[in-house]
Design a protein around this ligand. Structure first.
Ligand code: ADP
Length: 139
C-alpha cells in the first residue's frame, strides 16, 4: 500500500467542488488517512514548490495558492501515486485527457484543481511536510 499527499487548491475550495473531487477518490477505492484545512504561507510554499521557485511565474503561484485555504489529504491505495497522477491529468488543464480531474474541473496551467505527489519518494516527504504522525489514522 502506498500513500500520497493531495492539496485541493484554492479553485476547488472557492469553487465548492471539493466534494465532487473527493467522491472520485473514494469511488476509486482510496482510503482517507488524514484531512485538514490549511492556509499556506509563503515559507511552506517555497519549500513545497522548490522545483519551480526560480521560475518567472512563481510569484503568481504563491499568490494563487495562498489566496484561499487548501484542503490537504493523505490518501492510501495500491499504486496510488501513479494512479492519482493519471486521475489528475497533466499540469495544463486545457491539455489534460478527457475524464481526468483537471480536464473536468480545471481552468489552465496554474488553476488546476489539486496537487498530487509525483513519486513515492516525494510522497513520503510531502506527507511529513503537512501532517504529524498523530494526524494520520489507521482504522
Ligand atoms: P504538477 O502540479 O502537475 O506536478 P508542476 O510540479 O510542474 O506541476 O508545477 C507545480 C504547479 O505550479 C502547477 O500545478 C501549477 O499550479 C503551477 N504551474 C506550473 N507551470 C506553470 C506555468 N507555466 N504558469 C503558471 N503556473 C504554473
Amino acid at each position: 500500500m502506498e500513500r500520497t499527499l493531495i492539496l485541493l487548491k484554492p479553485d476547488a475550495v472557492a469553487g465548492k467542488f471539493c466534494g465532487k473531487v473527493i467522491d472520485k477518490f473514494e469511488s476509486a477505492g482510496f482510503t482517507i488517512r488524514g484531512c485538514k484545512m490549511i492556509r499556506l504561507t509563503p515559507a511552506i510554499l517555497k519549500e513545497h514548490y522548490a522545483h519551480v521557485a526560480d521560475k518567472p511565474f512563481y510569484p503568481e503561484i504563491e499568490k494563487f495558492m495562498s489566496s484561499v485555504p487548501v484542503i490537504a489529504l493523505v490518501l492510501e491505495g495500491e499504486d496510488i501515486v501513479v494512479k492519482m497522477r493519471d486521475m489528475l491529468g497533466v499540469t495544463d488543464s486545457r491539455k489534460a485527457a478527457p475524464g481526468t480531474l483537471r480536464a473536468t474541473f480545471g481552468k489552465d496551467v496554474m488553476i488546476n484543481v489539486a496537487h498530487a505527489s509525483d513519486s513515492l519518494e516525494t510522497a513520503e516527504k510531502e506527507v511529513a511536510r503537512f501532517f504529524r504522525e498523530d494526524e494520520l489514522f489507521a482504522y
